[in-house]
Design a protein around this ligand. Structure first.
Ligand SMILES: O=C(O)CCC(=O)C(=O)O
Ligand SMILES: [Fe+2]
Length: 358
């Protein structure tokens, strides 16, 4: 099958942090990982603000009696936080437990097995890192595995199709289930925004719409305050559905200038608005900066599933919102143009989205 798309995007290949930590006892972080630019001080204690991270109940969102009040909560969450926890999403907890343990197993494979899935020069998918564009760029304290799931014709032949079983089947089922959740959420967001569901869904529901996955593995670090697991960024996509794979804290989101830890809630998804949805909603829903921090004791794992419009779809603010707000806050461009611009730069907060403002 023709393999279109992602091949032309790349990230410079870097060494595995997991391997570095396993091979020898490291007491001092190598200079390339030291991030004196990152400020870790402004973190809330978690007890106050974290308790307020909105929790959205998908059963209520879909019930005829409770829908209106839950849609109001969803609207508030997307405007004020750009993040929410999703409970009662209908995906069986035992299936999520199986998915989590198989992801853990995948990262625990011997290095020679994992090398088969390593990034190749001038490519971006597989084990490695993303957004590394220069040899002296500072690095995140993590390994990732990034791959395209949909459209099927864009899967790299040596990655998803070659994953070991039963992991491959589990990820296939997981991605389909999460895709259904994403579509329901996007339709509910349209309702919350008082626009026709088709006006939002048309970006996401054709056969070419893109889904990709990023599994993050953050090894323990002897000097956790010196490094960053994942550089502060907003997600460049439409919608992200994240599952914390183990019960180790590390995700923080920026709220009112402070970093707020998101405590793992087993079997709940963490959902966030990405830059593309901020564009489509003409800035009404916000794509919020977040980051990953690490600790000295335990590894941390997460899996992010990204939902995006098709590669040749034009994205821009929804026309009815532009009419209502009397201004188009972002430029219109195809996803291809958008992604070409994105993958040629370092990850840097919301800088790319800012460059697309009118
Ligand atoms: O590891 C996490 O909790 C966050 C992951 C994330 O933000 C991403 O993959 O974009
Ligand atoms: Fe993210």
């Amino acid at each position: 099958m023709e393999c279109k798309g992602a091949a032309q995007w790349s990230s410079i290949i870097v060494s595995s942090v997991q391997e570095m930590v396993q091979e020898k006892i490291i007491t001092t972080v190598p200079p390339r990982y030291v991030r004196s630019d990152q400020d870790k001080t402004e973190v809330t204690d978690g007890s106050g603000l974290n308790a307020e991270i909105p929790i959205i109940d998908m059963e209520r969102l879909c019930s005829s009696t409770a829908m209106d009040s839950e849609i109001e909560k969803l609207d508030f969450a997307c405007k004020e936080w750009g993040f929410f926890l999703l409970v009662n999403h209908g995906i069986d907890p035992s299936f999520l437990d199986k998915t989590k343990s198989e992801i853990q197993g995948f990262f625990n494979l011997p290095m020679e097995e994992k090398k088969k899935f390593w990034q190749k020069p001038n490519e971006m998918e597989g084990f490695g890192q993303a957004f590394v564009v220069s040899e002296d760029q500072k690095l995140d304290w993590a390994d990732i595995f990034y791959h395209t799931v949909q459209p099927v014709g864009s899967r790299r032949p040596h990655l998803f199709p070659k994953l070991p079983l039963p992991f491959r089947d589990t990820l296939e089922t997981y991605s389909a289930k999460v895709q259904s959740v994403a579509k329901i959420l996007i339709a509910k967001m349209a309702r919350a925004l008082e626009i026709k569901p088709e006006e939002m869904l048309k970006f996401f529901d054709d056969v070419d719409s893109m889904q990709s996955m990023r599994m993050n593995y953050y090894p323990p670090c002897p000097q956790p305050d010196k490094v960053i697991g994942l550089t502060p960024h907003s997600d460049s996509v439409g919608l992200t559905i994240l599952l914390q794979v183990n019960e180790v804290e590390g995700l923080q989101i920026k709220k009112d200038g402070k970093w707020v830890p998101v405590l793992p809630l087993p079997h709940a998804f963490i959902v966030n608005i990405g830059d593309v949805l901020e564009i489509i909603t003409n800035g009404t829903y916000r794509s919020i900066e977040h980051r990953g921090v690490v600790n000295s004791e335990k590894e941390r794992l997460s899996i992010a599933t990204f939902h995006n419009p098709g590669m040749y779809k034009e994205v821009g603010p929804a026309k009815s919102l532009v009419q209502r707000q009397k201004v188009a806050k972002f430029k219109r461009l195809t996803m291809k143009e958008y992604m070409d611009g994105l993958f040629s730069r370092e990850l840097d907060g919301k800088a790319y989205l800012d460059a697309l403002r009118n």
